[in-house]
Design a protein around this ligand. Sequence first.
Ligand SMILES: [Zn+2]
Length: 243
Amino acid sequence: MPASSRTHRLELADSTLREWEATVLHTDPELGIILDRSAFYPGGGGQPPDHGVLLWGGVQTRIVDVRRGDDQFLVPLDGDPLPPAGTAVRGAIEEDRRSALMRTHSGLHLLSGVVFRDFGALVTGSNMDPLTGRLDFNLEEVPPGFKEAVEAACNIEVDADRAIEAYELDRDAAFAIPDVIRTATNLLPPGIEIVRIVDIKGLDVQADGGTHVASTQQIGRMRVVKVENKGKGFRRIRIALES
Ligand SMILES: [Zn+2]
């Protein structure tokens, strides 16, 4: 998120927040609504944006997307009323979708940590939907029993109930952590001085802006659905979580 965004992002400090009070700073009929404070995850790092609702003046505006630019525009459902600038609103995040995405995102970080630790493979790409996701790895050889071994190792880490913490470091401190360098799939823009870190204690540390559960047990059972060979050294692992 560019530093020029006018929206204070509440979800970065508290991924459990689901309802809050805010004021509309600007409403654009084409682009959407800018709030002074928002817990809507705007999307990024493979995690799709939240859905939810704004309540104001006895009506509701359903939010179905977030448009990111210099500002963070909440995109309303077509035809819903638009709160004008200055309106006090109550925001609420759709719980089922958000909590599924938090579990899935944390599950993918856990997978990344396990596959690096046990097979030395680096992540080259990722994508997720609620309760399903995939990571791409740079891995030359897939040993026999790889899929089963990865799934078993992931569930051992789920059962271990490792703490998952998010915190901020300045850029130099963040990039002094070998795990952060290893997992940096996207180069950080040079203007970013503060790096948000997501740390699965003892397993995986990444620079990450997403929302995560508080411990690995909250991810729940992980299933490795498929290991695909996408070309030389390019393996795609698909996972699914229990609903
Ligand atoms: Zn992530």
